[in-house]
Design a protein. Structure first.
Length: 550
């Protein structure tokens, strides 16, 4: 009997069990080499970073404090595998981190409260190496309520924190602010770190799989059975092996943990039912989310609306429902998961829009929730409380929210055509005018993006960046962050000067010998590997595709 070609997409730490008869697989490692931007915008051309926009604290890294209206090379000619301008509170603490492939971390920008970890609170206008003695695997910055802090994870698993330290969420045994990277207490070795935005909590999964938490604990967020804040790590109860942690970006957050098989547990604040346990009572230790579903992903908004996407293509929602964002045909908060859709290919929560989108297996797109600017695409400007078909008869491959400060959305069809709808007073939709749209409208300039991730909302203002064939375009509010060299508003995409040769997604491939029936765990967050096989590649990757005949 003829065998069929199977293409299995895996993400970091996904487990794959080799089918019977399969002895070799082709592994394709993919990295989306997309530009990043916020208060200062960034672009990577494969060999160095270019930046532009606001530069009051030196966050662009170009050697001065002058705003830049066109792409300007960051000093040092670094080839970073990860780089980012702090996005937690970019207007007040704009600082940048860049991590090289050899584990060196460079920092620049605002140094207030020690956020750069250089031993002082001075700003830097060009990249500075934090320490030649620490080989860094990953960084997490802009954490906490105000964003003046950061963590680095060393290649050996040691965790260090710097900056503001209210309630002890740096985990260093005190609540004192520090200006240099200080080791988290306990001698623990971590493989993953999670820090809540909007609250003072930090969590880490150790190399042995145990979950620890520290910091704020007013509603039981640390999951250790009490309400006492901690300035050093305490173990989360239950001996549960978590693969991922979802934290609510709120002053009183709920915490949801996903195990390797997709089982969901929750703890912390439950005022709107966001724990999904059948009541509105806070919990100080993990409790099983009702229903027994196996979730592929879970999202929780700042106000407590939860969306769970199961491994079987179903969407369940619970928690806050004041805008109809749960899609349950009412405005009543839900304390346990409610099934709202099946046969779903992609689930796209849009927390900043107060809405939920999804694409079914036929490519049809649906939306529910807040709709004051027409962002649902259903032909009106009124809220909707149940999933409603997006107009136009289009078949979508992907959907992504637009600018964080406004309400708009972009959709890429299966034929590669880009549409937009929602708020458009600044021209951010790129459709040729400044009128908001309540149904999909074709984006001008014949843009043919390959992936919806190549539509990038500006956090520096009301605008949108588009990447096509290595070039970057901008449409929207004409401030310094547009990169166009002026302050003119654009209502259709315009090429950014000097943006040529932005790297396209990188793909590395390797043949791997495997054993039928064996279990393999994928690691693509550092040195790419499949547990039990030889290393696959060097670098940080977004996904891997296993191709084999079965």
């Amino acid at each position: 009997m003829a065998k069929n070609l199977v293409n299995k997409v895996l993400n970091d730490e996904d487990v794959w069990i080799c089918p019977a008869g399969v002895t070799s697989v082709l592994v394709s490692l993919k990295k989306e080499a997309m530009p990043l931007h916020s208060t200062g915008c960034q672009m990577h051309d494969g060999s160095r970073i270019y930046a532009w926009g606001s530069n009051s604290a030196g966050q662009l890294g170009v050697g001065d404090l002058l705003d830049k209206s066109i792409p300007t090379a960051v000093l040092g000619n670094f080839n970073f595998k990860k780089y980012s301008i702090n996005g937690a509170n970019v207007t007040s603490v704009p600082f940048s981190y860049g991590l090289t492939y050899t584990g060196q971390l460079y920092v620049w920008g605002a140094g207030g409260l020690g956020s750069l970890g250089l031993g002082d609170i001075l700003n830097r206008s060009s990249p500075v190496l934090i320490s030649a003695n620490i080989s860094v695997k990953n960084f997490y910055h802009g954490t906490g309520v105000n964003g003046y802090s950061a963590f680095i994870l060393s290649s050996g698993g040691q965790l260090y924190g710097t900056g503001e330290n209210q309630i002890g969420f740096l985990g260093i045994g005190s609540v004192a602010t520090v200006s240099s990277f200080t080791a988290v207490l306990g001698g623990l070795l971590f493989k993953k770190v999670f820090s809540t935005k909007g609250a003072y909590n930090t969590f880490g999964i150790t190399t042995g799989g145990a979950l620890y938490g520290w910091g704020y604990n007013g509603q039981g967020q640390l999951g250790n059975g009490d309400l006492v804040p901690r300035s050093s790590p305490v173990v989360v109860l239950g001996n549960i092996l978590f693969k991922n942690l979802i934290t609510q970006a709120s002053t009183f957050p709920a915490i949801i943990g996903l195990t390797y098989d997709g089982t969901a547990y929750s703890w912390g604040y439950n005022g709107n039912g966001q724990l999904g346990v059948g009541d509105f009572i806070d919990r100080s230790s993990p409790i099983l989310v009702l229903g027994g579903q196996k979730f592929k992903s879970i999202n929780i908004t700042a106000n407590g609306a939860v969306t769970g996407f199961t491994t079987g293509g179903q969407i369940y929602t619970w928690g806050t429902n004041n805008l109809g964002q749960l899609g349950t045909n009412d405005l009543i908060n839900k304390s346990s998961p409610v099934l709202i859709a099946s046969n779903v290919k992609l689930c796209i929560p849009a927390p900043s829009l107060g809405a939920l989108y999804y694409i079914n297996n036929s490519g049809q797109a649906y939306a529910t929730g807040f709709n004051t600017s027409g962002q649902l695409g259903v032909g009106s400007f009124t809220n909707v409380s149940s999933p409603t078909l997006i107009l136009g008869g289009l078949s979508f491959a992907g959907i992504a929210p637009g600018c964080l400060s406004t309400y708009n959305i972009f959709g890429l069809t299966t034929s590669g055509v880009l549409y937009a709808w929602g708020y458009n007073a600044n021209g951010e939709l790129g459709v040729g005018d400044l009128l908001s749209k309540s149904s999909p409208v074709l984006v001008l300039s014949n843009l043919s993006v390959k992936n919806i991730s190549q539509v990038i909302p500006s956090q520096a203002g009301s605008g949108t960046f588009f990447v096509q064939n290595g070039n970057m375009y901008f449409s929207g509010y004409g401030n310094n962050g547009s990169g166009l060299g002026d302050t003119i508003w654009r209502s259709s995409p315009v090429l950014i000067l000097g943006s040529k040769n932005i790297t396209s997604p990188t793909v590395q491939t390797i043949n791997v010998n495997v054993i039928p029936g064996s279990s393999y765990t994928l690691n693509i967050s550092d040195q790419a590997s499949m547990l039990g096989t030889e290393p696959l590649g060097v670098g940080v990757f977004d996904s891997a595709t296993l191709s084999y005949y079965s």
